[in-house]
Design a protein around this ligand. Structure first.
Ligand SMILES: NC(=O)c1ccc[n+]([C@@H]2O[C@H](COP(=O)([O-])OP(=O)(O)OC[C@H]3O[C@@H](n4cnc5c(N)ncnc54)[C@H](O)[C@@H]3O)[C@@H](O)[C@H]2O)c1
Length: 339
């Protein structure tokens, strides 16, 4: 099989490429990535000499780039996206260009290339927010109610993917997953930012009251879930992925402090972000029952592994905390806090 992964130089995409090459060693895998600030070829340094791996630099929103890359491809796995909610609040335009227009351009090219499967990687954020003290969860029947420019752009992309199934019979599947953590996550998201700040002996910024609940999933479990949907999932279907482990931001940070044997005075509450969704929770019954997927890692074990990885790979993340990162950090956490 020839598999084209878009956005494979990012966090989940690069973990997925490692996972796929390990588990489908006869497949040829093409990583198609624009290399934005979040795309890092170093994530895949160890596979560049694998004859089954190929890298193409390109933009999913540019049809000439993607048409050429799709020649002879059987399976497309679309990770390419602008993925950070906070950045979508500062500047929504790139989110519409890549996540909406890019997905449409990619879908058109996939039809022309007659791919056997178009798998779209999406998020639980498309469903909106749940109440803090409810036991409700999102599932495949939940109505869409996106509340940030990021979530709205991902919702639009999911609608397009489904519309291409109904209108053009493109053989699609979609997964909507909860928040991920693990190796190779750009150090701007809650867990990677907290660990890297603490390893530099800095404080950890926590929005508002810190009581924002997410269903944190270890990235390898997400990769395995996508694998099960690609290999066993039903064409045209959506699958929700989660671990059934609601945890608040402040609990997650306290766990990291505990692992690093640091005190809670490293927590710094900062001004909340606008439209911050209170709680996401996923009911993953469908993928578990129909495809037999289940998470391998519990939150605490996976968090311990993740902290160890960042401790042992300082070279990887210290370079990323450069001037551009610093400018963003100032804008997001320091200057906003002063107004
Ligand atoms: N991170 C999470 O917790 C999470 C949870 C659920 C779903 N998702 C979804 O998974 C996917 C990957 O997320 P991530 O956290 O790995 O993101 P990321 O920001 O780490 O990586 C995104 C990758 O896409 C590439 N890219 C961006 N624009 C592109 C374009 N126009 N053409 C080609 N490549 C482009 C970037 O260079 C980068 O390598 C996204 O679609 C995201 O919505 C993420």
């Amino acid at each position: 099989m020839k598999v084209l992964v878009t956005g494979g130089a990012g966090f989940i995409g690069s973990n997925f490429i490692h996972y796929w090459l390990d588990n489908h060693s006869n497949d040829h895998l093409i990583n198609f990535d624009k290399l934005t600030y979040a795309g890092n070829p170093e994530n895949l340094e160890d596979v560049t000499s694998n004859p089954n791996y190929e890298f193409i630099k390109g933009d999913i929103a540019q049809s000439a780039d993607i048409k050429e890359a799709l020649e002879g491809v059987d399976i497309v796995v679309n990770f390419a996206a602008e993925s950070h909610v906070d950045r979508s609040i500062l500047d929504p335009a790139p989110f519409i260009l890549t996540n909406v227009v890019g997905t449409q351009v990619l879908l058109d090219a996939a039809i022309q290339a007659k791919v056997k499967r178009f798998h779209h990687v999406s998020t639980d954020e498309v469903f909106g927010a749940l109440e803090l003290n409810s036991d409700k969860k999102f599932n495949e029947e939940t109505n869409y109610n996106p509340r940030s420019p990021y979530a709205a752009s991902k919702a639009a992309s999911d609608h397009l993917v489904r519309a291409y199934f109904t209108t053009y019979q493109l053989p699609i599947t979609i997964t909507n997953c909860s928040n991920n953590f693990g190796p190779y996550q750009y150090p701007e998201k809650l867990i990677s930012l907290a660990i890297t700040n603490l390893l530099e002996n800095k404080k950890v910024p926590v929005y508002g009251d810190g009581l924002y609940v997410r269903d944190w999933l270890y990235v390898e479990d997400h990769c395995a879930a996508i694998d099960s949907v690609i290999t066993k999932g039903k064409i045209g279907e959506t699958y929700c992925i989660g671990i059934d482990n609601d945890i608040s931001n402040i609990q997650a940070i306290k766990k990291i402090l505990e692992i690093l044997e640091m005190k809670e005075d490293k927590i710094e509450y900062v001004k909340d972000r606008p439209g911050h969704d209170r709680r996401y929770a996923i009911d993953a019954t469908k993928i578990k029952k129909e495809l037999g997927w289940k998470p391998k890692f519990d939150f605490e074990t996976a968090l311990g592994k993740t902290v160890t990885w960042y401790k042992e790979n300082k070279n990887w993340w210290q370079k990323l905390r450069n001037k551009n990162f610093e400018n963003y950090y100032q804008k997001q956490y320091i200057l906003r806090n002063e107004t």
